[in-house]
Design a protein around this ligand. Structure first.
Ligand SMILES: [Ca+2]
Ligand SMILES: [Ca+2]
Ligand SMILES: [Ca+2]
Length: 226
Protein backbone atom coordinates (compact mmCIF):
# COMPACT_ATOMS: atom_id res chain seq x y z
CA UNK A 1 0.00 0.00 0.00
CA UNK A 2 2.90 2.32 0.84
CA UNK A 3 4.27 1.67 -2.63
CA UNK A 4 0.87 2.55 -4.12
CA UNK A 5 0.84 5.78 -2.12
CA UNK A 6 4.29 6.73 -3.43
CA UNK A 7 3.27 5.84 -7.01
CA UNK A 8 0.12 7.93 -6.60
CA UNK A 9 2.12 10.94 -5.41
CA UNK A 10 4.64 10.57 -8.25
CA UNK A 11 1.81 10.36 -10.80
CA UNK A 12 0.22 13.48 -9.28
CA UNK A 13 3.49 15.42 -9.62
CA UNK A 14 3.91 14.18 -13.18
CA UNK A 15 0.39 15.30 -14.15
CA UNK A 16 0.80 18.67 -12.45
CA UNK A 17 4.06 19.18 -14.33
CA UNK A 18 2.41 18.52 -17.69
CA UNK A 19 1.69 21.81 -19.50
CA UNK A 20 -0.72 20.35 -22.08
CA UNK A 21 -4.40 20.09 -21.23
CA UNK A 22 -5.88 20.75 -24.67
CA UNK A 23 -7.71 18.31 -26.88
CA UNK A 24 -6.31 17.33 -30.27
CA UNK A 25 -6.83 14.92 -33.17
CA UNK A 26 -5.19 11.62 -32.30
CA UNK A 27 -5.97 9.58 -35.43
CA UNK A 28 -7.27 9.83 -38.98
CA UNK A 29 -8.43 6.72 -40.84
CA UNK A 30 -10.01 6.23 -44.28
CA UNK A 31 -9.22 8.65 -47.11
CA UNK A 32 -7.26 11.14 -45.02
CA UNK A 33 -4.07 11.73 -43.05
CA UNK A 34 -2.88 13.59 -39.98
CA UNK A 35 -0.18 15.93 -41.32
CA UNK A 36 2.14 18.68 -40.09
CA UNK A 37 0.67 22.18 -40.47
CA UNK A 38 1.47 23.50 -43.99
CA UNK A 39 3.17 26.83 -44.65
CA UNK A 40 0.19 27.90 -46.76
CA UNK A 41 -3.36 26.55 -46.54
CA UNK A 42 -4.79 28.74 -49.31
CA UNK A 43 -6.66 27.14 -52.25
CA UNK A 44 -4.16 25.43 -54.58
CA UNK A 45 -1.22 25.74 -52.15
CA UNK A 46 -1.52 22.41 -50.30
CA UNK A 47 -3.48 20.03 -52.49
CA UNK A 48 -4.39 16.39 -52.04
CA UNK A 49 -7.30 14.21 -53.15
CA UNK A 50 -7.42 12.96 -49.54
CA UNK A 51 -8.52 14.96 -46.50
CA UNK A 52 -5.60 16.65 -44.75
CA UNK A 53 -5.94 17.13 -41.01
CA UNK A 54 -3.57 19.10 -38.80
CA UNK A 55 -3.59 20.15 -35.18
CA UNK A 56 -3.38 23.93 -35.04
CA UNK A 57 -3.11 25.50 -31.60
CA UNK A 58 -4.24 25.28 -27.99
CA UNK A 59 -4.76 27.73 -25.18
CA UNK A 60 -7.67 29.88 -24.06
CA UNK A 61 -10.15 31.86 -26.14
CA UNK A 62 -9.18 35.56 -26.19
CA UNK A 63 -12.59 37.09 -27.04
CA UNK A 64 -16.05 35.54 -27.51
CA UNK A 65 -16.26 33.77 -30.85
CA UNK A 66 -19.31 32.14 -32.43
CA UNK A 67 -19.07 28.83 -34.29
CA UNK A 68 -21.75 27.69 -36.74
CA UNK A 69 -22.30 24.35 -35.04
CA UNK A 70 -22.18 23.22 -31.41
CA UNK A 71 -20.88 19.68 -32.03
CA UNK A 72 -24.13 17.96 -31.03
CA UNK A 73 -23.95 14.26 -32.03
CA UNK A 74 -25.76 13.38 -35.26
CA UNK A 75 -25.50 13.32 -39.05
CA UNK A 76 -25.59 16.51 -41.07
CA UNK A 77 -25.13 17.93 -44.56
CA UNK A 78 -24.46 21.38 -45.96
CA UNK A 79 -28.16 22.29 -45.88
CA UNK A 80 -28.82 21.14 -42.28
CA UNK A 81 -30.04 23.61 -39.66
CA UNK A 82 -27.08 23.91 -37.28
CA UNK A 83 -27.23 25.13 -33.70
CA UNK A 84 -24.45 27.67 -33.21
CA UNK A 85 -22.37 28.03 -30.07
CA UNK A 86 -20.27 30.86 -28.64
CA UNK A 87 -16.97 30.09 -26.93
CA UNK A 88 -16.57 32.51 -24.03
CA UNK A 89 -13.39 34.40 -23.21
CA UNK A 90 -11.05 32.16 -21.25
CA UNK A 91 -12.45 28.86 -22.55
CA UNK A 92 -9.58 26.35 -22.80
CA UNK A 93 -9.49 24.84 -26.29
CA UNK A 94 -7.53 22.86 -28.85
CA UNK A 95 -8.11 23.53 -32.58
CA UNK A 96 -7.78 21.18 -35.53
CA UNK A 97 -8.17 21.91 -39.25
CA UNK A 98 -9.80 19.47 -41.69
CA UNK A 99 -9.14 20.50 -45.31
CA UNK A 100 -10.11 19.15 -48.71
CA UNK A 101 -8.38 20.77 -51.71
CA UNK A 102 -8.10 18.20 -54.56
CA UNK A 103 -5.27 18.27 -57.09
CA UNK A 104 -7.29 18.27 -60.31
CA UNK A 105 -9.68 21.24 -60.20
CA UNK A 106 -11.37 20.37 -63.53
CA UNK A 107 -13.55 17.58 -62.17
CA UNK A 108 -15.87 16.76 -59.27
CA UNK A 109 -14.23 14.83 -56.41
CA UNK A 110 -16.38 12.69 -54.15
CA UNK A 111 -13.62 12.23 -51.63
CA UNK A 112 -15.01 9.32 -49.67
CA UNK A 113 -14.94 8.88 -45.93
CA UNK A 114 -12.36 9.88 -43.34
CA UNK A 115 -12.78 9.29 -39.61
CA UNK A 116 -11.04 11.69 -37.23
CA UNK A 117 -10.81 10.81 -33.55
CA UNK A 118 -10.04 13.45 -30.91
CA UNK A 119 -8.63 13.11 -27.40
CA UNK A 120 -11.50 15.14 -25.93
CA UNK A 121 -15.05 16.16 -26.81
CA UNK A 122 -15.81 18.51 -29.71
CA UNK A 123 -16.92 21.95 -28.40
CA UNK A 124 -18.01 23.26 -31.79
CA UNK A 125 -17.00 23.56 -35.44
CA UNK A 126 -16.44 26.56 -37.73
CA UNK A 127 -18.21 25.44 -40.92
CA UNK A 128 -18.46 28.54 -43.16
CA UNK A 129 -16.31 31.42 -44.29
CA UNK A 130 -17.36 33.92 -41.62
CA UNK A 131 -16.49 31.72 -38.65
CA UNK A 132 -13.39 30.30 -40.33
CA UNK A 133 -12.14 33.85 -40.93
CA UNK A 134 -12.98 34.83 -37.34
CA UNK A 135 -11.10 31.82 -35.93
CA UNK A 136 -7.97 32.08 -38.11
CA UNK A 137 -6.15 33.60 -35.08
CA UNK A 138 -6.55 30.12 -33.51
CA UNK A 139 -4.90 28.48 -36.52
CA UNK A 140 -1.38 27.02 -36.59
CA UNK A 141 1.15 29.78 -35.79
CA UNK A 142 3.27 29.34 -38.93
CA UNK A 143 0.45 28.76 -41.44
CA UNK A 144 -1.02 31.32 -43.85
CA UNK A 145 -4.81 30.89 -44.11
CA UNK A 146 -7.14 32.12 -46.88
CA UNK A 147 -8.86 34.67 -44.63
CA UNK A 148 -11.62 36.36 -46.61
CA UNK A 149 -11.70 33.72 -49.39
CA UNK A 150 -15.33 33.91 -50.48
CA UNK A 151 -16.33 31.87 -53.55
CA UNK A 152 -19.79 32.36 -55.08
CA UNK A 153 -22.68 30.63 -53.29
CA UNK A 154 -23.64 27.87 -52.83
CA UNK A 155 -19.88 27.37 -52.29
CA UNK A 156 -18.04 28.77 -49.28
CA UNK A 157 -14.55 28.54 -47.83
CA UNK A 158 -16.03 25.91 -45.49
CA UNK A 159 -18.61 23.29 -46.30
CA UNK A 160 -20.98 24.33 -49.07
CA UNK A 161 -24.75 24.85 -49.10
CA UNK A 162 -25.12 21.50 -50.82
CA UNK A 163 -26.27 18.09 -49.60
CA UNK A 164 -23.07 16.44 -50.93
CA UNK A 165 -20.98 17.84 -48.03
CA UNK A 166 -21.85 15.43 -45.22
CA UNK A 167 -20.48 14.67 -41.77
CA UNK A 168 -21.33 12.83 -38.57
CA UNK A 169 -20.34 13.40 -34.94
CA UNK A 170 -20.38 10.31 -32.73
CA UNK A 171 -22.53 9.94 -29.60
CA UNK A 172 -19.53 10.51 -27.30
CA UNK A 173 -18.65 13.71 -29.20
CA UNK A 174 -15.06 12.63 -29.86
CA UNK A 175 -15.21 11.31 -33.43
CA UNK A 176 -15.93 13.21 -36.64
CA UNK A 177 -16.63 11.39 -39.91
CA UNK A 178 -16.45 13.57 -43.02
CA UNK A 179 -17.77 12.70 -46.47
CA UNK A 180 -17.27 15.83 -48.58
CA UNK A 181 -17.40 16.68 -52.27
CA UNK A 182 -15.25 19.22 -54.06
CA UNK A 183 -16.84 20.48 -57.27
CA UNK A 184 -14.61 22.20 -59.85
CA UNK A 185 -12.06 24.28 -57.91
CA UNK A 186 -13.79 23.01 -54.78
CA UNK A 187 -12.24 23.79 -51.42
CA UNK A 188 -13.67 22.78 -48.05
CA UNK A 189 -12.39 23.57 -44.55
CA UNK A 190 -13.75 22.73 -41.10
CA UNK A 191 -12.04 24.03 -37.94
CA UNK A 192 -12.81 21.80 -34.97
CA UNK A 193 -12.54 23.11 -31.39
CA UNK A 194 -12.09 20.50 -28.69
CA UNK A 195 -12.32 20.72 -24.93
CA UNK A 196 -9.42 20.82 -22.51
CA UNK A 197 -9.72 17.87 -20.12
CA UNK A 198 -8.78 17.36 -17.41
CA UNK A 199 -8.77 20.95 -16.23
CA UNK A 200 -5.78 21.76 -14.04
CA UNK A 201 -8.03 22.81 -11.10
CA UNK A 202 -10.14 19.63 -11.05
CA UNK A 203 -6.99 17.59 -11.61
CA UNK A 204 -5.49 19.03 -8.42
CA UNK A 205 -8.69 18.28 -6.47
CA UNK A 206 -8.85 14.69 -7.69
CA UNK A 207 -5.15 14.17 -7.05
CA UNK A 208 -5.57 15.34 -3.45
CA UNK A 209 -8.61 13.08 -3.00
CA UNK A 210 -6.58 10.18 -4.40
CA UNK A 211 -3.64 10.90 -2.09
CA UNK A 212 -5.91 11.15 0.99
CA UNK A 213 -7.63 7.86 0.17
CA UNK A 214 -4.31 6.13 -0.44
CA UNK A 215 -2.81 7.67 2.69
CA UNK A 216 -5.82 6.69 4.82
CA UNK A 217 -5.57 3.07 3.68
CA UNK A 218 -1.84 3.11 4.45
CA UNK A 219 -2.26 4.47 8.01
CA UNK A 220 -5.20 2.15 8.81
CA UNK A 221 -2.91 -0.73 7.89
CA UNK A 222 -0.22 0.45 10.35
CA UNK A 223 -2.63 0.37 13.35
CA UNK A 224 -2.29 -2.75 15.50
CA UNK A 225 -5.21 -5.15 15.31
CA UNK A 226 -7.60 -5.16 18.28
CA1 LIG B 1 -7.53 22.28 -55.74
CA1 LIG C 1 -17.77 20.88 -50.76
CA1 LIG D 1 -16.34 24.82 -49.80
Amino acid sequence: MKKLFVVGCSLTLLLLASPVFAGFAVSVTGNGALVAPPVNASPGAFESDAYQVWNESSGTIGAPVTLDYNGAPGSYNGLSAFTPTTLATGTPYGSTMVQLDPVNDDIIHHSGLATITFSTKILGIALRGTSLDATDPYGAPGTTYPTGYNPALPDTRGIDYRTNDRFTVSADGKTLEVRLTANFNGFDELRVFTAAVPEPASLVVWSIVGAVVAGGSFWRRQRPAV
